[in-house]
Design a protein around this ligand. Structure first.
Ligand code: CUA
Length: 317
């Protein structure tokens, strides 16, 4: 607080303190050099001012120690900034493996959340305290940006691809979620809140909320309704590759390349099946572009992941 003004948002995530520490370090270094430069300019202007019309400056012959000093110190400082910044960047971009997942679809002008349990929320995201949460996001229209300043995270939400962010809340409460990328007339109204609850309260909230079917079960429905099962569920014997256990595994393509079957690859293969064709399969799958919304694609992905979890049990009917 300074003159009643809050200079910094609240620190409500595990990373908030570390982001602030780096920012303060950069600020301190900048202020120190601004001070040093201004001071030197003023002192030298007075000390070495021209005192008479006849005065001529002395030639300078350089100084190796001085040259080394003002090369090595800034180099060291810049490397500290680089190392620290890179470390923090990676920490902020790599969700812990045990993070709970939430899917986000942004559209003009709202935030839609889907929990793996099947629970859906609009402009409100309930999460438990002290547990890392990974958000996987995409947009149905313009580029938006998922920003929660109290957690020090901000990530663009881009149509046609998935982006992720993660946070672990450290204080119960409500935190403002804002759109941090101009996305149209009601951009400023595209706000929501993240509600951080103690684990017991969160469990109670989960129980009390309307129970839909799980995300994976919803995905299974989409899978059946769109005829995917006809080709993909015969454990490799059908016209399409089996999907059991495929998530996160390497896939060999017709081009000889190998890719990992992650969210982005599976999404592309649903919407543009011929883009990265699996080796040994003919290019016969129709595109589901325009037939499936982003939320349904998310549900399909959850279903495919669930096949990975319980292997062939569900896959071989
Ligand atoms: Cu969405 Cu700005």
């Amino acid at each position: 607080m300074l003159f009643g003004l809050r200079l910094f948002p609240e620190q409500a995530s595990t990373m908030a303190g570390q982001v602030d520490a780096l920012l303060l370090f950069l600020l301190a270094v900048s202020l120190f050099f601004i001070g040093l430069i201004f001071l030197t300019v003023i002192v030298f202007a007075i000390r070495y001012r021209r005192r008479s019309e006849a005065e001529r400056p002395q030639p300078i012959h350089g100084s190796l120690p001085l040259e080394l000093l003002w090369t090595i110190i800034p180099l060291g400082l810049a490397l500290v900034m680089f190392g620290w910044g890179a470390w923090l960047y990676f920490a902020l971009n790599r969700p812990p493996a045990d993070a709970m997942e939430v899917f986000v679809v942004a559209k003009q002008w709202m935030w839609k959340f889907q929990h793996p349990s099947g629970m859906r929320e609009i402009n409100e995201l309930h999460v438990p305290l002290g547990r890392p949460v990974k958000v996987t996001m995409t947009s149905e229209d313009a580029i938006h940006s998922f920003g929660v300043s109290d957690f020090r995270i901000k990530m663009d939400v881009v149509p046609g691809r998935y982006t992720t962010a993660w946070f672990e809340a450290t204080k119960p409460g409500e935190y403002r979620l804002g759109c941090a990328e101009y996305c149209g007339t009601e951009h400023a109204k595209m706000v929501g809140r993240v509600v951080v609850m103690r684990p017991e309260a969160y469990e109670a909230w989960l129980r009390g909320a309307p129970t839909g079917i799980s995300l994976a079960a919803a995905g299974e429905k989409v899978f059946q309704q769109n005829g995917c099962a006809a080709c993909h569920l015969s454990a490799g014997a059908g016209p399409g590759p089996s999907l059991a256990g495929i998530f996160g595994k390497p896939v060999k393509l017709a081009t000889g390349q190998t890719v990992t079957a992650d969210d982005a690859y599976l999404r592309e293969s649903i919407l543009d099946p011929q883009a990265k064709l699996v080796a040994g399969y003919p290019p016969i799958m129709p595109s589901l572009k325009g037939m499936l919304g982003e939320e349904q694609v998310t549900q399909l992905l959850a279903y495919i992941k669930s096949l990975a979890a319980d292997q062939k049990a569900k896959a071989a009917p």
